[in-house]
Design a binder for this molecule. Sequence first.
Ligand SMILES: [Fe+2]
Length: 265
Amino acid sequence: MPFPPDAEPMQLPRSETSVLVSASLLQISVPAYSKKETQAMDRNGFLCTRRLFLRRASAAGVLGTAALFTPGIFAEELALTPRQTEGPFYPDRLPLDTDNDLLIVNDATTPAVGTVTHLNGRILNRRGEPVRNAVVEIWQVDANGIYLHSSDPREPKRDNNFQGFGRFETGSKGEYYFRTIKPIPYVPRTAGHVHFKVRVKGQEPFTTQCYVKGAPGNERDFVLNAIRDPKARESVIVDFRPMENSRIGELSARFDIVLGFTPGA
Ligand SMILES: [Fe+2]
C-alpha cells in the first residue's frame, strides 16, 4: 500500500510527492493527536489517512514550502556516492505491492514489525542538480533479518507484513521518500543497511547501500569497509534521528545520492 495508504500506487502526483517529502524532511511539529486520530492509528501507532497527514502538515505550515534545493549554490562538484555491490538478494520475484510504503502490503491491516523510519533524500548529479524521473528502488531485510528472496534459507519465517522492496520516481527536485523500518544486521553482514538501485534512462543502473550512523557493527562490515576512502565511506553512513513529537519512536534518515554523470552531456 502506498504511503499514505489511500495514495495512488507509485506514481504519486508531483505536488503530493513533494508535500510528503517536505513534511518528513522538515520534521514537522504537529498538534497533539485528537481521540479520533488516535483511534485511526494502526498497530505501530501511525496515522492512517492522507487527509489527516495533510491536515497536520498544513497545520504545521509546511505546505507550499520552497524547494530545499537551490540551483547554483554549489561552486564545486559534489563528491560522488560510492558504488557498492548489489549483493545476492535483489528480489528474484517482486512483491505485488512495490510502492514507497514498505510497512503495509497492499490493503493489509497489520503493519510490518520494526522501528518505523522515514527514509528520504535527493538524487543529484555531480553539479548538485536534481535528477528527475530517476526510479529509486530499495530493498532490505525484515525485523528477523530475512530478505524477500527465494535464496534466503530463512525465507519461510519472513515477516509477510513487510514489503521488503519499494520504488519511488523522483520529481523535479530529485527527491525520493520511503516509509520503512530501521535496517538491522544479518549473517554475514554486521552492519544494518538499505540497498539502493537507481535507474536513470540511458544510464547503467547505479547500486549502493546506506548505513546507520553509530551502529556497532559498522567497523567490521566487509562491504562497508571495502570503501577505502574514509570520506566516501562516511558519505553512506547516515543519521537515523528520532522524529520530534513521535509517540512511537519513529526515525528520520536522509541519504542523498550523487551520480557521476551529467544528464544531457
Ligand atoms: Fe544486504
